[in-house]
Design a protein around this ligand. Sequence first.
Ligand code: NAD
Length: 458
Amino acid sequence: MAFFDPTATVKELRGTFDSGKTKSYEWRVSQLKALLKLASFHEKEIIDALHSDLSKPELESFLFEIALMKTGCKLALKELRSWMAPEKAKTSMTTFPSSAEIVPEPLGVVLVISAWNYPFLLSLDPVIGAIAAGNTVVLKPSEIAPATSSVLAKLLGQYMDCSAVKVIEGAVPETTALLEQKWDKILYTGNGKVGRIVMSAAAKHLTPVVLELGGKSPVIVDSDIDLKVSARRIIAGKWGCNNGQACISPDYIITTKDYVSELIDALSSELEKFYGKDPFKSDDLSRIVNSNHFHRLCKLLDDDKVSGKIVHGGQKDITNLKIAPTLLLDVPEDSLIMNEEIFGPLLPIITVNKLEESFNIIKSKEKPLAAYLFTNNKKLKEDFISNISAGGLVVNDTAMHVAVSTLPFGGVGESGMGAYHGKFSFDTFSHQKAVLLRSFAGDLAARYPPYTQKKQKL
Ligand code: NAD
């Protein structure tokens, strides 16, 4: 890591912002186009870096890191003029005659701190919003995905306007030094413990924050479903998303005692079709990111309270940091695995007598980032939507809401605050400035002293 002076970095970026250059439509478009170019021209280099950091399968890297980022970029380019346009607002008789508008303006100098699990997408997706909104930005990628961090530093340095967009690589000391600076907004992605550190640091400068955190995202499975499709979609959202190391991965399943064996059979059979009899031989599963996370996951499996509960998988390969897709049945509520975000390839299944009981189980925990329901029952869907609080809900699929750019992506409560994606990213990095335009006509004497009895009756 090269020496960096955070104070000088912020000063330079503030100077660029104050020059007004980043506010122009042309500058924003040039930077968004540069991001697109960078992703297109260096696709292989990015995929290789993701493979080095996580053994991420090429198709997953392409679809969920590069293509998603490019889609976000293209949308911003297409919609930028309309996003930047002032929005007319209604006025009232009190200010007649007048007109009003809401003018989006960039906040200034913003900081993006990203996480290791989708290290390309989670770094550049917020940067798209920051640039589209006309800000200068520092990106701090995760040190836990060092190859991607280094590719990001190199490519952004090569393609972007370096007086306005900078990448600072590093770990806790560098991030701590960055957090001491005054920012106009911070978007942090990661765990809630560090989220609290970020928020405390931001509070000193009254800096607003977006915290993109995680949680235990439940999946409720009814018995009136297309079981094969449901099993495949649960697997795609769990193991097909970075081997469970995704913030919106299914964390645990709730189903009925009567249905659970059918569900386990379907999941096991589809898992075997996707990853073979020996999943360690499959190239389609990411590895566990590092030995710390490997041991953290082993601790969840080795907990006495879950002994004998594995109904599928359970194999571990410490040399290659791999853990097989694993299903556990009826683990106790007070086990470790039910009391922290799993963030890996383990999936416990809890059984209940009636599916309606699942709502109370979910509500007894912190609000998750996502919640999923598989059912054909209209009433259950309606109850789920009105009763379950989570960052986002999906019925009859998992994780796919992340690809819908017209939906805000963010948590609630312990799973985070604020949201981004699509227009929400632009709004997140903008101030909605209220502007009232009056003429000199209509100057009502009633608003001025002396406040006579007659005026008070008006
Ligand atoms: P991480 O270890 O990469 O940390 C995230 C960032 O915080 C990194 O840039 C790191 O340098 C920085 N950091 C770490 N310790 C710090 C400290 N003491 N002070 C200041 N900065 C510090 O990622 P992680 O936290 O292991 O990520 C996993 C968590 O993130 C999970 O909870 C997951 O659900 C959540 N997540 C959320 C989203 C989302 O979009 N909501 C996306 C991905 C991950």
